[in-house]
Ligand binder design. Structure first.
Ligand code: MV4
Length: 445
Protein backbone atom coordinates (compact mmCIF):
# COMPACT_ATOMS: atom_id res chain seq x y z
CA UNK A 1 0.00 0.00 0.00
CA UNK A 2 1.01 3.64 -0.44
CA UNK A 3 2.97 4.94 2.57
CA UNK A 4 2.30 8.64 2.06
CA UNK A 5 -0.19 10.67 0.03
CA UNK A 6 -0.20 14.38 -0.80
CA UNK A 7 -3.63 15.97 -0.76
CA UNK A 8 -3.78 18.69 -3.43
CA UNK A 9 -6.85 20.43 -2.04
CA UNK A 10 -8.34 22.26 0.97
CA UNK A 11 -11.52 22.44 3.02
CA UNK A 12 -13.90 19.59 3.70
CA UNK A 13 -12.65 17.39 0.87
CA UNK A 14 -9.06 17.56 2.14
CA UNK A 15 -10.36 16.27 5.50
CA UNK A 16 -12.43 13.61 3.78
CA UNK A 17 -9.33 12.28 2.01
CA UNK A 18 -7.18 12.63 5.13
CA UNK A 19 -9.66 10.52 7.12
CA UNK A 20 -9.61 7.74 4.53
CA UNK A 21 -5.78 7.80 4.60
CA UNK A 22 -5.75 7.49 8.42
CA UNK A 23 -8.00 4.46 8.30
CA UNK A 24 -5.71 2.84 5.71
CA UNK A 25 -2.55 3.63 7.74
CA UNK A 26 -1.27 6.09 5.12
CA UNK A 27 0.64 9.25 6.14
CA UNK A 28 -0.63 12.55 4.74
CA UNK A 29 0.94 15.71 3.39
CA UNK A 30 -1.30 18.78 3.26
CA UNK A 31 -0.59 21.70 0.99
CA UNK A 32 -1.92 25.14 1.78
CA UNK A 33 -1.82 28.80 0.82
CA UNK A 34 -0.79 31.75 3.00
CA UNK A 35 -4.48 32.29 3.75
CA UNK A 36 -4.96 28.72 5.00
CA UNK A 37 -2.28 28.53 7.69
CA UNK A 38 -4.95 27.95 10.38
CA UNK A 39 -7.09 25.64 8.25
CA UNK A 40 -8.20 22.31 9.71
CA UNK A 41 -6.67 20.25 6.90
CA UNK A 42 -3.26 21.68 7.84
CA UNK A 43 -3.79 20.96 11.54
CA UNK A 44 -4.93 17.39 10.95
CA UNK A 45 -2.27 16.29 8.46
CA UNK A 46 1.02 14.62 9.36
CA UNK A 47 3.03 17.17 7.37
CA UNK A 48 2.09 20.42 5.66
CA UNK A 49 3.72 22.60 3.06
CA UNK A 50 2.88 26.18 2.07
CA UNK A 51 2.71 26.32 -1.72
CA UNK A 52 2.09 30.02 -2.28
CA UNK A 53 0.11 33.18 -1.62
CA UNK A 54 -3.65 33.31 -1.04
CA UNK A 55 -4.91 33.35 -4.62
CA UNK A 56 -5.84 29.88 -5.89
CA UNK A 57 -3.86 30.53 -9.07
CA UNK A 58 -0.61 30.88 -7.10
CA UNK A 59 -1.28 28.08 -4.57
CA UNK A 60 -3.80 25.27 -5.11
CA UNK A 61 -3.38 25.60 -8.89
CA UNK A 62 0.39 26.08 -8.77
CA UNK A 63 1.58 22.88 -10.46
CA UNK A 64 5.36 23.42 -10.07
CA UNK A 65 5.00 24.20 -6.34
CA UNK A 66 2.78 21.16 -5.79
CA UNK A 67 5.09 18.81 -7.69
CA UNK A 68 8.10 20.14 -5.77
CA UNK A 69 6.23 19.56 -2.50
CA UNK A 70 5.38 16.01 -3.55
CA UNK A 71 8.96 15.23 -4.49
CA UNK A 72 10.44 16.82 -1.36
CA UNK A 73 8.06 15.02 0.96
CA UNK A 74 8.57 11.73 -0.86
CA UNK A 75 4.92 10.83 -1.39
CA UNK A 76 3.78 7.78 -3.38
CA UNK A 77 0.58 9.35 -4.65
CA UNK A 78 -1.41 12.58 -5.00
CA UNK A 79 -5.16 12.89 -4.44
CA UNK A 80 -6.56 15.97 -6.22
CA UNK A 81 -10.04 16.03 -4.58
CA UNK A 82 -12.57 17.96 -6.68
CA UNK A 83 -12.24 21.33 -8.41
CA UNK A 84 -8.76 22.90 -8.65
CA UNK A 85 -6.48 20.48 -10.61
CA UNK A 86 -8.69 17.39 -10.36
CA UNK A 87 -9.59 17.30 -14.07
CA UNK A 88 -6.43 18.90 -15.44
CA UNK A 89 -4.91 16.53 -18.01
CA UNK A 90 -1.50 18.21 -17.83
CA UNK A 91 -1.35 17.90 -14.01
CA UNK A 92 -2.08 14.15 -14.19
CA UNK A 93 0.51 13.79 -16.96
CA UNK A 94 3.25 15.58 -15.00
CA UNK A 95 2.52 13.46 -11.92
CA UNK A 96 2.76 10.31 -14.07
CA UNK A 97 6.11 11.56 -15.45
CA UNK A 98 7.43 11.93 -11.89
CA UNK A 99 6.54 8.31 -11.11
CA UNK A 100 4.01 9.43 -8.57
CA UNK A 101 0.53 7.87 -8.76
CA UNK A 102 -2.30 10.25 -9.60
CA UNK A 103 -5.35 9.04 -7.66
CA UNK A 104 -7.77 9.19 -10.53
CA UNK A 105 -7.97 8.07 -14.16
CA UNK A 106 -5.09 8.27 -16.65
CA UNK A 107 -4.36 11.65 -18.25
CA UNK A 108 -5.69 10.17 -21.53
CA UNK A 109 -9.08 9.44 -20.00
CA UNK A 110 -9.22 12.92 -18.45
CA UNK A 111 -8.49 14.40 -21.88
CA UNK A 112 -10.99 12.12 -23.60
CA UNK A 113 -13.88 13.16 -21.33
CA UNK A 114 -12.76 16.81 -21.28
CA UNK A 115 -13.57 16.85 -24.98
CA UNK A 116 -17.39 16.76 -24.86
CA UNK A 117 -17.81 15.94 -28.57
CA UNK A 118 -15.44 12.99 -28.25
CA UNK A 119 -17.06 11.86 -24.98
CA UNK A 120 -20.44 11.86 -26.69
CA UNK A 121 -19.08 9.85 -29.64
CA UNK A 122 -17.67 7.25 -27.27
CA UNK A 123 -21.02 6.92 -25.50
CA UNK A 124 -22.89 6.62 -28.83
CA UNK A 125 -20.46 3.87 -29.94
CA UNK A 126 -21.21 2.01 -26.71
CA UNK A 127 -24.97 2.19 -26.90
CA UNK A 128 -25.47 4.88 -24.25
CA UNK A 129 -28.38 7.19 -25.19
CA UNK A 130 -27.38 10.79 -25.91
CA UNK A 131 -29.23 14.01 -26.74
CA UNK A 132 -29.81 14.24 -30.52
CA UNK A 133 -27.29 16.65 -31.96
CA UNK A 134 -24.76 17.59 -34.63
CA UNK A 135 -21.11 18.49 -34.23
CA UNK A 136 -20.66 20.41 -37.48
CA UNK A 137 -21.83 24.00 -37.18
CA UNK A 138 -20.50 25.51 -40.42
CA UNK A 139 -23.01 23.92 -42.78
CA UNK A 140 -26.17 26.01 -42.49
CA UNK A 141 -28.28 23.55 -44.51
CA UNK A 142 -27.29 20.69 -42.25
CA UNK A 143 -28.29 22.71 -39.18
CA UNK A 144 -31.60 23.65 -40.80
CA UNK A 145 -32.49 20.05 -41.55
CA UNK A 146 -31.45 19.09 -38.00
CA UNK A 147 -33.80 21.74 -36.59
CA UNK A 148 -36.58 20.55 -38.88
CA UNK A 149 -36.11 17.07 -37.42
CA UNK A 150 -35.86 17.90 -33.68
CA UNK A 151 -37.66 21.28 -33.59
CA UNK A 152 -36.55 24.38 -31.71
CA UNK A 153 -35.24 25.19 -29.15
CA UNK A 154 -31.69 23.92 -29.63
CA UNK A 155 -28.64 24.54 -27.48
CA UNK A 156 -25.09 25.40 -28.56
CA UNK A 157 -22.39 24.02 -26.29
CA UNK A 158 -18.63 24.36 -26.04
CA UNK A 159 -16.75 21.12 -26.67
CA UNK A 160 -14.24 22.07 -23.98
CA UNK A 161 -17.01 23.40 -21.75
CA UNK A 162 -18.82 22.21 -18.68
CA UNK A 163 -20.58 24.05 -15.91
CA UNK A 164 -22.54 26.16 -18.36
CA UNK A 165 -19.82 28.36 -19.91
CA UNK A 166 -20.02 28.88 -23.67
CA UNK A 167 -23.66 27.75 -23.81
CA UNK A 168 -26.46 29.45 -25.79
CA UNK A 169 -30.07 28.37 -26.13
CA UNK A 170 -31.67 29.23 -29.47
CA UNK A 171 -35.45 29.70 -29.60
CA UNK A 172 -35.75 31.38 -33.01
CA UNK A 173 -34.08 30.29 -36.23
CA UNK A 174 -33.03 33.86 -37.04
CA UNK A 175 -30.90 33.98 -33.85
CA UNK A 176 -28.93 30.90 -34.83
CA UNK A 177 -25.82 32.40 -36.45
CA UNK A 178 -25.43 35.13 -33.83
CA UNK A 179 -25.71 32.56 -31.02
CA UNK A 180 -23.13 30.27 -32.63
CA UNK A 181 -20.74 33.22 -32.98
CA UNK A 182 -21.30 34.30 -29.35
CA UNK A 183 -20.81 30.75 -28.04
CA UNK A 184 -17.58 30.47 -30.04
CA UNK A 185 -16.19 33.77 -28.68
CA UNK A 186 -17.04 32.85 -25.09
CA UNK A 187 -15.63 29.37 -25.52
CA UNK A 188 -12.39 30.67 -27.03
CA UNK A 189 -12.03 33.11 -24.15
CA UNK A 190 -12.74 30.54 -21.42
CA UNK A 191 -11.10 27.41 -22.82
CA UNK A 192 -8.89 28.64 -25.66
CA UNK A 193 -10.93 26.39 -27.97
CA UNK A 194 -13.85 27.65 -30.07
CA UNK A 195 -15.21 24.22 -31.04
CA UNK A 196 -18.95 24.09 -30.40
CA UNK A 197 -21.76 21.58 -31.09
CA UNK A 198 -25.54 21.71 -31.23
CA UNK A 199 -28.16 19.68 -29.39
CA UNK A 200 -31.92 19.58 -29.08
CA UNK A 201 -32.67 21.63 -25.93
CA UNK A 202 -34.62 19.69 -23.33
CA UNK A 203 -36.79 22.16 -21.43
CA UNK A 204 -37.77 20.27 -18.24
CA UNK A 205 -35.13 17.64 -17.51
CA UNK A 206 -33.85 16.33 -14.22
CA UNK A 207 -30.10 16.10 -13.73
CA UNK A 208 -29.41 12.49 -12.81
CA UNK A 209 -25.92 11.03 -12.59
CA UNK A 210 -24.59 7.50 -12.22
CA UNK A 211 -21.58 6.77 -9.98
CA UNK A 212 -19.11 4.19 -11.21
CA UNK A 213 -15.96 2.56 -9.85
CA UNK A 214 -13.53 0.78 -12.14
CA UNK A 215 -10.29 -0.97 -11.20
CA UNK A 216 -7.13 -1.47 -13.26
CA UNK A 217 -8.13 -5.11 -13.96
CA UNK A 218 -11.24 -4.35 -15.99
CA UNK A 219 -13.81 -4.71 -13.21
CA UNK A 220 -16.55 -2.08 -13.22
CA UNK A 221 -19.38 -1.56 -10.75
CA UNK A 222 -22.16 1.03 -10.75
CA UNK A 223 -23.41 2.52 -7.49
CA UNK A 224 -26.82 3.85 -8.39
CA UNK A 225 -27.81 7.42 -9.15
CA UNK A 226 -27.92 10.86 -7.61
CA UNK A 227 -30.60 13.44 -8.42
CA UNK A 228 -28.79 16.79 -8.56
CA UNK A 229 -31.57 18.90 -10.09
CA UNK A 230 -31.74 21.46 -7.27
CA UNK A 231 -29.17 23.97 -8.44
CA UNK A 232 -28.69 27.65 -9.05
CA UNK A 233 -26.42 29.00 -11.81
CA UNK A 234 -24.89 25.52 -12.23
CA UNK A 235 -24.06 25.30 -8.53
CA UNK A 236 -25.79 22.30 -6.99
CA UNK A 237 -27.50 22.96 -3.68
CA UNK A 238 -29.23 19.70 -2.71
CA UNK A 239 -28.55 16.19 -3.96
CA UNK A 240 -30.19 12.88 -3.11
CA UNK A 241 -29.94 9.17 -3.72
CA UNK A 242 -31.84 7.25 -4.90
CA UNK A 243 -34.26 9.22 -7.09
CA UNK A 244 -37.83 8.34 -6.16
CA UNK A 245 -38.87 8.83 -9.80
CA UNK A 246 -36.74 5.97 -11.18
CA UNK A 247 -38.04 2.44 -11.35
CA UNK A 248 -35.58 -0.34 -10.53
CA UNK A 249 -35.82 -1.43 -14.19
CA UNK A 250 -34.83 2.04 -15.43
CA UNK A 251 -31.95 2.11 -12.91
CA UNK A 252 -30.73 -1.33 -13.94
CA UNK A 253 -30.90 -0.53 -17.65
CA UNK A 254 -28.96 2.75 -17.55
CA UNK A 255 -26.46 1.34 -15.03
CA UNK A 256 -25.62 -1.65 -17.20
CA UNK A 257 -25.15 0.59 -20.26
CA UNK A 258 -22.74 2.76 -18.23
CA UNK A 259 -20.90 -0.29 -16.95
CA UNK A 260 -20.40 -1.63 -20.48
CA UNK A 261 -19.14 1.71 -21.82
CA UNK A 262 -16.68 2.21 -18.97
CA UNK A 263 -15.37 -1.33 -19.37
CA UNK A 264 -14.79 -0.88 -23.12
CA UNK A 265 -12.75 2.29 -22.76
CA UNK A 266 -10.61 0.82 -19.96
CA UNK A 267 -11.28 3.69 -17.57
CA UNK A 268 -9.68 3.45 -14.12
CA UNK A 269 -10.94 5.01 -10.90
CA UNK A 270 -14.12 6.67 -9.70
CA UNK A 271 -16.24 8.50 -12.23
CA UNK A 272 -19.68 9.99 -12.77
CA UNK A 273 -21.78 9.78 -15.91
CA UNK A 274 -24.17 12.74 -16.09
CA UNK A 275 -27.56 12.51 -17.75
CA UNK A 276 -30.54 14.65 -18.45
CA UNK A 277 -33.68 12.67 -17.60
CA UNK A 278 -36.95 13.71 -19.22
CA UNK A 279 -40.23 11.81 -19.84
CA UNK A 280 -38.69 8.61 -18.51
CA UNK A 281 -35.70 8.72 -20.87
CA UNK A 282 -31.97 9.22 -20.22
CA UNK A 283 -29.74 11.44 -22.37
CA UNK A 284 -25.96 11.41 -21.75
CA UNK A 285 -24.54 14.89 -21.13
CA UNK A 286 -20.94 14.54 -19.94
CA UNK A 287 -18.66 12.45 -17.77
CA UNK A 288 -16.81 13.73 -14.70
CA UNK A 289 -13.48 12.04 -14.09
CA UNK A 290 -13.17 13.09 -10.44
CA UNK A 291 -14.64 12.42 -7.02
CA UNK A 292 -17.68 14.68 -6.70
CA UNK A 293 -18.87 16.99 -3.94
CA UNK A 294 -22.07 14.96 -3.61
CA UNK A 295 -20.37 11.54 -3.30
CA UNK A 296 -21.52 11.09 0.35
CA UNK A 297 -25.17 10.37 -0.57
CA UNK A 298 -23.95 7.40 -2.63
CA UNK A 299 -21.74 6.26 0.24
CA UNK A 300 -24.70 6.37 2.63
CA UNK A 301 -27.03 4.23 0.49
CA UNK A 302 -24.36 1.74 -0.66
CA UNK A 303 -22.18 1.57 2.48
CA UNK A 304 -19.11 1.90 0.23
CA UNK A 305 -16.28 4.31 1.11
CA UNK A 306 -15.58 5.89 -2.28
CA UNK A 307 -12.30 7.55 -1.28
CA UNK A 308 -10.96 4.32 0.18
CA UNK A 309 -11.90 2.57 -3.07
CA UNK A 310 -10.17 5.29 -5.13
CA UNK A 311 -6.96 4.84 -3.14
CA UNK A 312 -7.05 1.05 -3.38
CA UNK A 313 -7.79 1.14 -7.12
CA UNK A 314 -4.86 3.55 -7.62
CA UNK A 315 -2.68 1.11 -5.72
CA UNK A 316 -3.58 -1.63 -8.23
CA UNK A 317 -5.95 -3.60 -6.03
CA UNK A 318 -8.85 -5.53 -7.56
CA UNK A 319 -12.33 -4.31 -6.64
CA UNK A 320 -13.53 -6.46 -3.77
CA UNK A 321 -17.16 -5.51 -4.38
CA UNK A 322 -19.27 -7.39 -6.90
CA UNK A 323 -22.18 -5.76 -8.72
CA UNK A 324 -24.66 -8.25 -7.23
CA UNK A 325 -23.55 -7.23 -3.71
CA UNK A 326 -24.42 -3.58 -4.31
CA UNK A 327 -27.91 -2.89 -3.05
CA UNK A 328 -29.21 0.63 -2.57
CA UNK A 329 -30.57 0.67 0.96
CA UNK A 330 -32.52 3.56 2.51
CA UNK A 331 -32.32 7.17 1.39
CA UNK A 332 -29.78 9.98 1.69
CA UNK A 333 -29.95 13.76 1.12
CA UNK A 334 -27.12 16.30 1.10
CA UNK A 335 -27.52 20.05 1.67
CA UNK A 336 -24.50 22.14 0.68
CA UNK A 337 -23.90 24.75 3.37
CA UNK A 338 -22.54 27.95 1.82
CA UNK A 339 -21.18 31.08 3.47
CA UNK A 340 -23.46 33.42 1.53
CA UNK A 341 -26.55 35.53 1.99
CA UNK A 342 -29.67 33.30 1.78
CA UNK A 343 -31.50 35.76 -0.50
CA UNK A 344 -28.97 37.70 -2.58
CA UNK A 345 -26.27 34.97 -2.57
CA UNK A 346 -23.47 37.46 -1.88
CA UNK A 347 -20.51 35.53 -0.40
CA UNK A 348 -19.99 36.05 3.32
CA UNK A 349 -16.39 35.46 4.37
CA UNK A 350 -15.47 36.24 7.99
CA UNK A 351 -15.04 34.70 11.42
CA UNK A 352 -17.37 32.05 12.79
CA UNK A 353 -18.06 33.34 16.30
CA UNK A 354 -20.26 30.44 17.46
CA UNK A 355 -20.49 26.97 15.98
CA UNK A 356 -22.57 23.94 16.81
CA UNK A 357 -23.12 21.16 14.32
CA UNK A 358 -26.02 18.72 14.42
CA UNK A 359 -25.52 15.09 15.35
CA UNK A 360 -27.38 11.89 16.12
CA UNK A 361 -28.31 8.78 14.17
CA UNK A 362 -28.22 9.27 10.41
CA UNK A 363 -26.53 12.68 10.48
CA UNK A 364 -23.17 13.30 8.80
CA UNK A 365 -21.41 16.65 8.62
CA UNK A 366 -18.46 16.92 6.22
CA UNK A 367 -16.89 20.26 7.01
CA UNK A 368 -13.51 21.75 7.89
CA UNK A 369 -14.73 24.80 9.82
CA UNK A 370 -14.65 25.33 13.59
CA UNK A 371 -15.58 27.99 16.14
CA UNK A 372 -13.16 30.91 15.73
CA UNK A 373 -12.24 29.93 12.17
CA UNK A 374 -12.05 32.74 9.62
CA UNK A 375 -13.41 31.87 6.20
CA UNK A 376 -11.04 33.38 3.62
CA UNK A 377 -12.53 35.31 0.72
CA UNK A 378 -10.29 33.71 -1.89
CA UNK A 379 -12.04 30.39 -2.43
CA UNK A 380 -15.42 28.74 -2.90
CA UNK A 381 -18.18 29.71 -0.46
CA UNK A 382 -19.13 26.10 0.36
CA UNK A 383 -18.14 25.56 4.00
CA UNK A 384 -19.64 22.15 4.57
CA UNK A 385 -22.15 19.49 3.66
CA UNK A 386 -24.96 18.26 5.84
CA UNK A 387 -25.91 14.71 4.92
CA UNK A 388 -28.80 12.74 6.38
CA UNK A 389 -29.62 9.07 6.05
CA UNK A 390 -32.78 7.15 6.92
CA UNK A 391 -34.78 4.06 5.92
CA UNK A 392 -36.94 6.02 3.51
CA UNK A 393 -37.18 9.42 1.85
CA UNK A 394 -39.77 10.99 4.14
CA UNK A 395 -37.83 10.11 7.30
CA UNK A 396 -34.70 11.39 5.61
CA UNK A 397 -36.42 14.74 4.97
CA UNK A 398 -37.64 14.92 8.60
CA UNK A 399 -34.11 14.30 9.78
CA UNK A 400 -32.80 17.03 7.48
CA UNK A 401 -35.39 19.45 8.83
CA UNK A 402 -34.32 18.68 12.39
CA UNK A 403 -30.60 18.86 11.57
CA UNK A 404 -30.91 22.22 9.79
CA UNK A 405 -32.77 23.62 12.84
CA UNK A 406 -30.01 22.39 15.12
CA UNK A 407 -27.14 23.80 13.04
CA UNK A 408 -25.71 27.00 14.60
CA UNK A 409 -23.26 29.08 12.58
CA UNK A 410 -22.88 32.65 13.88
CA UNK A 411 -20.79 35.57 12.63
CA UNK A 412 -21.41 35.01 8.92
CA UNK A 413 -24.41 34.57 6.62
CA UNK A 414 -25.26 31.06 5.50
CA UNK A 415 -27.85 29.48 3.22
CA UNK A 416 -29.32 27.34 6.04
CA UNK A 417 -32.66 29.22 6.02
CA UNK A 418 -32.93 28.76 2.25
CA UNK A 419 -32.46 25.00 2.67
CA UNK A 420 -35.21 24.99 5.31
CA UNK A 421 -37.60 26.65 2.86
CA UNK A 422 -36.72 24.34 -0.03
CA UNK A 423 -37.17 21.09 1.85
CA UNK A 424 -40.61 22.25 3.05
CA UNK A 425 -41.79 22.99 -0.54
CA UNK A 426 -44.33 20.69 -2.17
CA UNK A 427 -42.07 20.23 -5.21
CA UNK A 428 -39.21 18.94 -3.09
CA UNK A 429 -41.46 16.73 -0.99
CA UNK A 430 -42.97 15.14 -4.11
CA UNK A 431 -39.54 14.58 -5.66
CA UNK A 432 -40.96 15.81 -8.98
CA UNK A 433 -38.66 18.81 -9.32
CA UNK A 434 -36.56 19.48 -12.42
CA UNK A 435 -33.54 21.74 -13.11
CA UNK A 436 -35.82 24.81 -13.36
CA UNK A 437 -37.28 24.38 -9.87
CA UNK A 438 -34.99 26.63 -7.84
CA UNK A 439 -35.07 29.70 -10.08
CA UNK A 440 -38.89 29.58 -10.14
CA UNK A 441 -38.98 28.99 -6.37
CA UNK A 442 -36.73 32.01 -5.73
CA UNK A 443 -38.85 34.20 -8.02
CA UNK A 444 -42.22 33.48 -6.38
CA UNK A 445 -41.19 32.92 -2.79
C1 MV4 B 1 -28.57 20.83 -21.66
C2 MV4 B 1 -29.81 21.27 -21.15
C3 MV4 B 1 -30.93 21.00 -21.92
N1 MV4 B 1 -30.82 20.36 -23.09
N2 MV4 B 1 -28.51 20.20 -22.82
C4 MV4 B 1 -25.88 22.80 -18.19
C5 MV4 B 1 -24.44 22.61 -17.87
C6 MV4 B 1 -23.89 21.65 -18.85
N3 MV4 B 1 -23.31 20.56 -18.16
C7 MV4 B 1 -25.05 21.22 -19.68
N4 MV4 B 1 -26.22 21.90 -19.23
C8 MV4 B 1 -27.43 21.72 -19.81
N5 MV4 B 1 -27.43 21.04 -20.98
C9 MV4 B 1 -29.61 19.98 -23.53
N6 MV4 B 1 -29.52 19.36 -24.71
C10 MV4 B 1 -29.84 21.95 -19.94
C11 MV4 B 1 -28.65 22.19 -19.26
C12 MV4 B 1 -28.77 22.89 -18.02
C13 MV4 B 1 -28.61 22.23 -16.80
C14 MV4 B 1 -28.29 20.87 -16.73
C15 MV4 B 1 -28.13 20.23 -15.53
C16 MV4 B 1 -28.32 20.93 -14.34
C17 MV4 B 1 -28.63 22.26 -14.38
C18 MV4 B 1 -28.79 22.92 -15.60
C19 MV4 B 1 -29.13 24.28 -15.63
C20 MV4 B 1 -29.27 24.92 -16.82
C21 MV4 B 1 -29.08 24.23 -18.03
Amino acid sequence: MFKKILIANRGEIALRILRACRELGIKTVAIHSDADEAAMHVRMSDESICVGPASAQSSYLNIPAIITSATMSNVDAIHPGYGFLSENKRFAEIIEEHNIKFIGPSSEHIGMMGNKILAKKIMIDNGVPVVPGIDKVNDENEIKSFIKKVELPVIIKASSGGGGKGMRVVYKEEDLQESIAAAKVESKKSFNDDTVYIEKFLTKPKHIEIQILSDSHGNVVTLGERDCSIQRKHQKLIEESPSNLLTSEQRKEISSLCQKAIKTIGYEGAGTIEFLFENGKFYFMEMNTRLQVEHPVTEMVTGIDLVREQIEIANGKKLSIKQEDINLKGHSIECRINAEHPENFIPSPGTITQYHQPGGLGIRVDSAVYQGYSIPSHYDSMIGKLITYADNRSECISKMKRALEEYVIMGINTNIQLHQKIIKSKEFISGKYDINFLSKFLQFK
